[in-house]
Design a protein around this ligand. Structure first.
Ligand SMILES: Nc1ncnc2c1ncn2[C@@H]1O[C@H](COP(=O)(O)OP(=O)(O)OP(=O)(O)O)[C@@H](O)[C@H]1O
Length: 234
């Protein structure tokens, strides 16, 4: 059986017009259908790396490719350059980039505008159905305004938007950012001292959003290769 690896080989990146390399010889590999985490302090270049992997900018040197290996562990063909169409990227705080006023338009925003044949329409409709189901949005009306969704459901929608494109690799920048981090103290305080008057439910909902997104990523990693960057190892 062939094993495919996403390989980042000695990648360097210097933004055009600048003198400093933001990335200096980054190399790693991630097997297909596995979950990878890149952990690093703020400003270490994580977002820059994801943007290169997603094809939003080009490495100054080095390569980003898929390499397939045979049973004997040797490459069985030339590496294939990772094309941007095969990568879905979910930015930090993806809800800030929502543009439509209903979920259906948001998910289908990047779809071909020209009139496709019935086959294309059926294909797109089935992809939409799969994406919506796999992120657990199927109970929600597609007429709903994306901005009215809860924090966790906004993240689900952001994932569905990418899944519709059926990427081979999904890269996520700080997927839990803004979901519950500031809520730790009130929840702990309430649990420790059993204060009944705190607006506990709201805090708990934030924590639920975090747990929901983690659960969803665990579910998605069965079918997809996922790479997450975060400054928060926990
Ligand atoms: N186009 C650019 N020109 C010059 N410097 C840049 C450019 N883009 C990013 N930087 C700088 O490169 C460094 C790495 O940025 P990057 O956003 O990749 O880090 P990060 O690890 O994702 O940080 P955070 O966790 O805070 O998002 C930062 O110091 C940033 O200010």
């Amino acid at each position: 059986m062939l094993i495919g690896l996403f390989e980042i080989r000695d990648v360097r990146y210097r933004p055009p017009g600048t003198e400093i390399n933001l990335l200096n010889g980054v190399s790693f590999s991630l097997p297909e259908k596995r979950f990878g985490l890149i952990f690093g302090r703020s400003g270490s270049g994580k977002t820059t790396l994801l943007q290169l992997i997603a094809g939003l900018s080009k490495p100054t040197s080095g390569s980003i490719c898929i390499q397939r290996y045979g049973k004997d562990g040797n490459p069985n063909q030339l590496p294939e350059v990772l094309s941007p169409e095969k990568v879905g990227i979910v930015f930090q705080f993806p809800e800030r980039y929502f543009v439509a006023d209903n979920i259906l338009d948001e998910v289908t925003f990047g779809w071909p505008k020209q009139r496709g044949g019935l086959q294309l329409k059926e294909l797109l409709a089935s992809r939409l159905q799969r994406a919506i189901t796999s992120v657990g949005l199927n109970g929600i009306s597609l007429d709903k305004d994306p901005h009215s969704l809860s924090g966790g459901f906004k993240r689900r929608l952001a994932l569905a938007i990418q899944l519709v494109q059926t990427p081979d690799l999904l890269v996520l920048d700080e997927p839990l950012a803004g979901l519950g981090t500031k809520m730790l103290f009130p929840v702990l305080f309430n649990q420790l001292f059993h204060v009944t008057n705190l607006p506990n439910l709201r805090y708990m909902n934030y924590w639920k959003a975090r747990a929901d997104v983690v659960k969803l990523l665990k579910h998605l990693k069965q079918e997809l290769t996922i790479l997450v960057v975060s400054h928060d190892l926990k």
